[in-house]
Design a protein around this ligand. Structure first.
Ligand SMILES: NC(=O)c1ccc[n+]([C@@H]2O[C@H](COP(=O)([O-])OP(=O)(O)OC[C@H]3O[C@@H](n4cnc5c(N)ncnc54)[C@H](OP(=O)(O)O)[C@@H]3O)[C@@H](O)[C@H]2O)c1
Length: 361
């Protein structure tokens, strides 16, 4: 691995500091080095605050003559909530800027690079591009005009059971796995659950971790508007939205934001995901029972499965992971590949991505 790759890898690592704070902006890391030695580091702060390059440049009084800048995403060239980072870089006078990947945002895409080159700064592109893209799957998809990136989490026994027949699932997995779930919640723009889980478990669905973290919005899929006003999901200040099939809102008696995603007996999940897209959500985290998780799977709406397996067996009467029907032969099964497998405390965490949903996204 080259010295440039190593410095970019450091920038990618720094970008992880933005996981819980930068949404809806991308997670970006920046390293400034002279003769291979790091002189400043930065990462994206909350929306409206410093981007990674500015966060790093602040530490060296915005001057880095003859230095190299390594940044995991093309510096912005437009005035958004903050000023253009390319202008600050040009005034700092580095000799080279290494960029992992172009910013997919159509108002930047290549313009930042062009501005740097026009100012006489050498730009090297595509240094660790694949690794950079992995940091921001939802942002990249959104900027390319697509829907948000959807993860579904499942906690199951060794035999794939998620709850007892009478609906008890707390807790199948151990403390460490549950703490890990809070990190995924914190990096998500929105949490999604079904009315079945809300009524059975009464979850808060917030992100509880020892770090500065934005709270995700929360959405309940509830066709008949059965959500009780006393549900713990309303206990904090975060935005809670009930997606339903009726506009009536029980004559206004439920004091929550209610959206109508109905054209049939149940919430239309495609319409719900369209609504997510309009909200500029990057990443959606589904924590629901087997009915709603199965419905998402059937529609090809799951981009990543996060499955925690506990070393327990519940037997065949327990509830499975996906309430889907109609698969009668092996060539109809939904196929995934493992992208990560690791032990979390007493449990195992599997991350899988679909390789063939058979359904147009
Ligand atoms: N182990 C785990 O990881 C885990 C995680 C969460 C929950 N759970 C367990 O799962 C159980 C609850 O599971 P569940 O399957 O009953 O609840 P769920 O999947 O959370 O919610 C299902 C409900 O969502 C509503 N819904 C609205 N539109 C829908 C659509 N298009 N497709 C599918 N559903 C739609 C339906 O009720 P309406 O028709 O009334 O709208 C449906 O009954 C509980 O025992 C809970 O403890 C386990």
């Amino acid at each position: 691995m080259s010295a440039h790759d190593l410095l970019m890898r450091r920038a990618l690592k720094l970008a992880e500091n933005s996981f819980y704070i930068s949404d809806p902006n991308p997670r970006v890391g920046c390293v400034i080095a002279r003769d291979g030695a790091i002189i400043a580091e930065g990462w994206t702060q909350r929306a409206g605050e410093a981007h990674a390059e500015i966060h790093a440049l602040q530490k060296i009084d915005f001057t880095c003559v003859d230095a190299d800048i390594y940044v995991s995403l093309e510096p912005c060239s437009h005035i958004g909530r903050t000023g253009p980072c390319v202008d600050a870089i040009i005034s700092a006078r580095p000799s080279r800027v290494f960029i992992a990947m172009r910013d997919p945002n159509p108002v930047v895409n290549g313009v930042g690079i062009q501005k740097l080159r026009s100012a006489g700064i050498e730009v090297v592109e595509n240094v660790c591009a694949v690794e950079s893209a992995c940091l921001n799957p939802g942002f990249i998809r959104r900027m390319n005009g697509g829907r948000p990136y959807v993860r579904a989490k499942i906690a199951a026994t060794l035999d794939g059971k998620t709850a007892t027949q009478n609906g008890k699932s707390q807790w199948i997995t151990g403390h460490d796995a549950r703490a890990d779930v809070h990190k995924w919640r914190a990096r998500s723009s929105v949490m999604l659950t079904g009315i079945g889980t809300l009524l059975a478990d009464n979850p808060r669905l917030n992100a509880r971790l020892d770090a500065d973290a934005l709270q995700p919005d929360k959405v309940i899929v509830d066709s008949k508007l059965r959500t009780p006003q006393t549900a713990r999901i309303f206990d904090d200040d975060s935005r809670v939205v009930v997606a339903t099939t009726t506009q009536e809102n029980r004559n206004g008696s439920l004091s929550a934001e209610v959206i109508n995603c109905g054209d049939g007996p149940r919430v239309n999940l495609d319409r719900l995901v369209d609504w997510f897209t309009k909200q500029n959500y990057n990443e959606v985290f589904v924590e629901a029972g087997n009915i709603l998780t199965g419905a998402f799977l059937e529609k090809g709406l799951i981009d990543e499965l996060i499955i925690y397996l506990a070393p327990q067996v519940m037997g065949d009467v327990g509830r499975g992971m996906f309430g889907i029907e109609g698969i009668t032969s092996l060539d109809q099964v939904r196929k995934f590949e493992f992208s990560d497998i690791r032990r979390i405390g007493a449990d195992v965490r599997l991350i899988c991505v679909p390789i063939d949903t058979g359904i147009e996204k």
